[in-house]
Design a binder for this molecule. Structure first.
Ligand SMILES: Nc1ncnc2c1ncn2[C@@H]1O[C@H](COP(=O)(O)OP(=O)(O)O)[C@@H](O)[C@H]1O
Ligand SMILES: [Mg+2]
Length: 138
């Protein structure tokens, strides 16, 4: 489902700050896999996720998602295919929008969006039900 083949990324190449963050990373994940990546500070965990999300181009290697080579696909186009929760809670959410509006945006990921009413009553009820399970009083 998600495959990284020989992915390489060096930051600030050819300078004193050169950092080889990914040196030929191979990973193959199948649908339904739940994976925890463990590594010390600076090991390259975030760099790996950024490579998958397309934050910047990788130097070498290929990234395949559901059989599609997305290596050259820009981040905003990959966003239709990939959901991401950021380490920094201020990233990936719109703080000036209601929580249900944020959830509605997430629900429509990858589907066509037009100028229509944003949230249906059924969706609103679904959000409330799902949020209840977190027991955070939301
Ligand atoms: N945008 C960047 N510019 C320069 N160096 C970076 C950048 N992002 C990460 N690095 C470096 O790449 C290495 C891996 O970092 P990172 O992937 O953030 O590690 P982790 O998430 O495992 O703590 C570190 O040495 C880090 O300083
Ligand atoms: Mg990190």
């Amino acid at each position: 489902m998600l495959e990284l083949i020989n992915v390489r990324k060096t930051f600030n190449p050819g300078t004193v700050n050169e950092k080889k963050a990914l040196q030929g990373l191979d990973i193959k994940l199948n649908e339904g896999d739940f994976v925890t990546v463990i590594g010390g500070n600076g090991a390259g965990k975030s760099t790996m996720l950024n490579a998958v999300a397309g934050v910047w181009p990788v130097d070498e290697g290929r990234i395949i998602l559901d059989g599609q080579d997305i290596t050259a696909l820009p981040e905003h186009k990959r966003a239709a295919l990939i959901g991401r929760v950021f380490q920094d809670p201020m990233m990936g959410t719109a703080p000036n929008m209601w929580m249900e509006e944020n959830l509605a945006l997430a629900l429509r990921r990858g589907s066509r969006r037009g100028l229509r009413w944003g949230i249906s009553n059924a969706e609103r009820e679904m959000f409330v039900e799902r949020l209840k399970t977190l027991e955070l009083g939301l």
